[in-house]
Write a protein that binds this ligand. Structure first.
Ligand code: RFL
Ligand code: PHB
Length: 389
């Protein structure tokens, strides 16, 4: 088989890139290791920056998001007995969109299928060949049968555990990593959200987050030990712990119910440089990970897709490789700022096992400053709604 852009990974990065390229007459094939049902069963991001909203519009995939998503003009932060609001709209003129990654992915699959786009599911042993030549190709197996795709470019959109990043020789690749000494235990429940806006809570007992998918579907997280297992947390134990970590008024109003999903995610900051090796380009979680506290993971994947998509369109329109040559540098410049914000917001909101009383006082002073200082709020809001690209 032959295509212009071979895309490894059918998560949001790979599907969005494929659909955007299709709208500009550039063909691609997406290779996905899992089934579509499996990809759609992963509960992940919930907060979309306007940059991603615009890309979904450009991809022709925004109508359900516009109808069913929720625009949030601010967020709530609690610590000790305090609760305050960061007003995104007033501070930056920009809101965020609450619409689940599962739904984004579902809409992108529907668009690819409607356009007759080629997606190969349940592929194994994807191997990258000739990335440093003008004739790269991929080999893989599907249901035991060996196949090959020749292409002009390869987009590595295969997430943190994919093959693309590891295909770049160690001599070329530098990795930067910070692993946090706790995880997030998350549940999804068919209950009305406790608040119209998200609540990020720094409590004596650890971090908690109240989020949502719609007015009958809530998403809650609590900081947990890395050694915890989701099966060991009963729904009752989760709700009790959550109530102890959020402000008393909200705890009193919290509607509880059975969880329909429960999982633990570790927290990690990670960046690989460069994001390009010859004709291979890394996008999204394949190249970088942020802790979820700033809701930046899917949104940084989207800015990568934006830069790569425009570089490829320029290449096919007028033969100029300026855009693709600048890809790694432009993407990384934005990534590092999102890494800094996610690291800062995580450090501010969690309890660390080795935290001293001094460290705790620093967190409280930082939160009190954020609560009372408009410039600090503005910096937080600009980062949360997404830096421009
Ligand atoms: P994905 O979603 O991991 O998709 C990669 C796809 O590649 C496939 N794959 C392969 N296919 C073929 N061959 C191989 N060898 C392959 N290896 C892997 C995988 O099966 C998969 O389908 O990466 P992508 O597309 O870059 O998207 C990134 C986002 O999924 C991720 O950044 C976000 O979910 C992170 N994240 C959040 N981001 C936000 O912007 N806002 C949020 O509110 C937010 N909340 C979260 C999050 C992530 C979380 N977890 C569980 C990690 C909350 C959580 C709890
Ligand atoms: C979510 O709804 O899953 C979510 C929201 C905000 C975050 C992280 C996760 O910062």
């Amino acid at each position: 088989m032959r295509t212009q852009v071979a895309i490894i990974g059918g998560g949001p990065s790979g599907l969005l890139l494929s659909q955007l390229l299709h709208r500009r007459g550039i063909d691609s094939i997406v290779l996905e290791r899992k089934t579509k049902a499996y990809v759609l069963s992963r509960i992940r991001a919930g907060v979309l920056e306007q940059g991603l909203v615009r890309l979904m519009e450009e991809a022709g995939c925004a109508s359900r998001m516009q109808a069913e998503g929720f625009t949030h003009d601010g967020t709530l932060i609690s610590y000790g007995e305090e609760l305050f609001r960061i007003d995104f709209k007033e501070l930056t003129g920009t809101p965020v969109m609450v619409y689940g990654q599962t739904e984004v992915t579902r809409d992108l699959y529907a668009a690819r299928e409607a356009a007759g786009g080629q997606i190969e599911y349940e592929v194994d042993d994807v191997t990258i060949h000739g990335a440093e030549t003008d004739a790269p190709y991929l080999t893989y197996t599907i249901h035991g049968e060996a196949r090959r795709i020749d292409c002009d470019f390869i987009a590595g959109c295969d997430g943190f555990h994919g093959v693309s990043r590891r295909s770049i020789p160690d001599t070329i690749r530098t990795e930067y990593e910070k692993v946090y000494p706790f995880g997030w235990l998350g549940i999804l429940s068919e209950t009305p959200p406790v608040s119209d806006e998200l609540i990020y809570a720094n409590s004596e007992r650890g971090f908690a987050l109240c989020s949502m998918r719609n007015d009958q579907l809530s998403r809650y997280y609590i900081q947990c030990k890395l050694s915890d297992r989701p099966e060991a947390w009963s729904d009752e134990a989760f709700w009790d712990e959550l109530k102890r970590r959020i402000p008393a008024d909200q705890a009193a109003q919290l509607v509880t119910g059975p969880s329909i999903e429960k999982s633990i995610a570790p927290l990690r900051s990670f960046v690989t440089e460069p994001m390009r090796w010859g004709r291979l380009f890394l996008c999204g979680d394949a190249a970088h990970i942020v802790p979820p506290t700033g809701a930046k993971g899917l949104n940084t994947a989207a800015s990568d897709v934006h830069y790569l998509y425009h570089g490829l369109v320029q290449y096919y329109a007028d033969g100029s490789s300026d855009g693709i040559d600048a890809y790694s540098q432009k993407a990384l410049a934005r990534i590092w700022k999102a890494e800094r914000f996610s690291w800062w917001f995580s450090s501010l909101m969690h309890r660390y096992p080795d935290q001293t009383e001094f460290d705790h006082k620093m967190q409280m002073a930082d939160l009190a400053f954020l609560q009372s200082n408009r410039a600090a709020q503005q910096a937080m809001a600009e980062n949360y709604v997404g830096l421009p690209y």
